[in-house]
Design a protein around this ligand. Structure first.
Ligand SMILES: Nc1ncnc2c1ncn2[C@@H]1O[C@H](COP(=O)(O)OP(=O)(O)OP(=O)(O)O)[C@@H](O)[C@H]1O
Ligand code: SF4
Ligand SMILES: [Mg+2]
Length: 347
């Protein structure tokens, strides 16, 4: 599992190197929930970048901070959550400092968001067409003809007959509601679409067909996607880069193919072991004994140490920084120059 030591550099302080031409550059993003019982750091110094047209998948067990991170990027967090540090540069502009009106101009138009449950995101008492109209009017499209034309066009793009512009959300199937949300997210052909488990409420067949459609649309229109999922099969088929999160932090981040072929972090190794083969049956994340820690009561040292098959003594006291390992970022002391082979219990 370990790679050549000369390819390894600790990069904790500098973060990943800047990527020229990236449309999104997230640096040291940290988000806290301020609770009566204390604070919970749900997103801890996360850094990554997304290129135009890139498909970035984000995986990690429930409660590891995926949705909080996406909401922070889209500046949709509400109390008790708060961004406490870092920057989110979208086309060179830091979204973290922007006013609500400046954000409204960007959201939907340049950056749109599709959340897990379209039933919650869509207004139940308005027809699909009227919700599309509201979104377009909010961005200055006044012509009824243009609104009708574009609304029908985006609905057709996701495989729904425009007759359903007259339908209310409850009159549509779960799959059609998710497709309608995706159509709404594409009203203005944004540069980045953020999707938080957009297919998880659907059955396997509907999931796969929606995924194929998302990928087709992405290739056709060239927008970038950040896609949170629990499904490693979707990740392997559709993403360019993969971020594995664990307990609010990046555990491993790099090219998807690389992480599948040669995972470095013991947690990623566990995820890949739980996923039989790229062409094998679809499976959700599973197979790693134990549970992630409560973010309010983190273990000392490495957050994965209570579950790690490679745990070393120092893992229980030292917090691992990120190391650059052959083009991937890995948060594991096995990649520290000072780590001794054979010290781990299974190494
Ligand atoms: N409304 C809230 N109030 C307080 N703490 C919260 C709240 N929502 C989330 N958290 C904290 O933030 C952590 C991350 O939650 P988040 O919803 O971002 O995880 P997730 O990775 O999206 O999980 P899932 O896969 O279940 O959607 C949780 O473990 C919890 O400690
Ligand atoms: S730092 Fe130690 S406990 Fe943490 S993942 Fe690496 S080997 Fe396992
Ligand atoms: Mg979530």
């Amino acid at each position: 599992m370990r790679r050549r030591p000369e390819a390894i550099q600790p990069i904790e302080l500098a973060g990943p190197p800047p990527r020229q031409g990236a449309i999104l550059d997230v640096r040291d993003l940290s988000v806290e929930y301020l609770l009566e019982s204390g604070t919970v750091l749900a997103v801890d110094n996360v850094s990554f970048a997304v290129d135009p047209g890139e498909f970035l998948a984000v995986v990690g067990e429930s409660g590891c901070g995926k949705s909080t991170m996406l909401f922070a990027i889209a500046r949709l967090l509400s109390p008790p959550a708060e961004i406490i540090g870092g920057s989110v540069a979208f086309n060179g502009r830091d979204l973290v400092g922007l006013t609500e009106s400046a954000l409204t101009a960007i959201r939907w138009k340049d950056l749109s968001v599709v959340m897990q449950s379209a039933m919650n995101a869509l207004n139940p008492v308005k027809s699909i067409g009227s919700q599309f109209k509201d979104a377009m009017r909010a961005h200055g499209v006044a012509s009824n003809g243009e609104i009708a034309h574009r609304s029908a066009e985006v609905l057709r793009m996701v495989g729904i007959d425009p007759i359903h512009l007259k339908s209310y959300p409850h009159q549509l199937s779960g799959g059609m509601r998710q497709r309608s949300m995706i159509a709404m997210a594409l009203l203005f052909t944004p540069e980045l679409v953020i999707m938080d488990e957009p297919t998880s409420a659907l059955d396997v067949v509907a999931q796969r067909s929606l995924m194929v459609q998302i990928k087709d649309l992405q290739q056709q229109f060239g927008f970038a996607v950040i896609f949170v999922t629990h499904d490693m099969s979707l990740v392997s088929h559709f993403s360019d880069n993969l971020m594995v999160m664990y307990a609010g932090q990046v555990a491993e981040y790099g090219p998807t193919r690389h992480l599948f072929d040669a995972p470095s972090h013991p947690y990623t190794v566990g995820l890949m072991d739980a996923f039989p083969s790229i062409r094998g049956p679809r499976r959700a994340l599973s197979g790693i004994p134990g549970r992630p820690p409560d973010l309010a009561r983190l273990p000392q040292g490495c957050r994965f140490s209570p579950r790690c098959p490679k745990v070393m003594d120092r893992c229980r006291t030292d917090q691992p920084p990120l190391y650059r390992v052959d083009g991937t970022d890995v948060r594991c002391l096995l990649f520290d120059d000072g780590a001794v082979d054979g010290q781990g219990s299974n190494a």
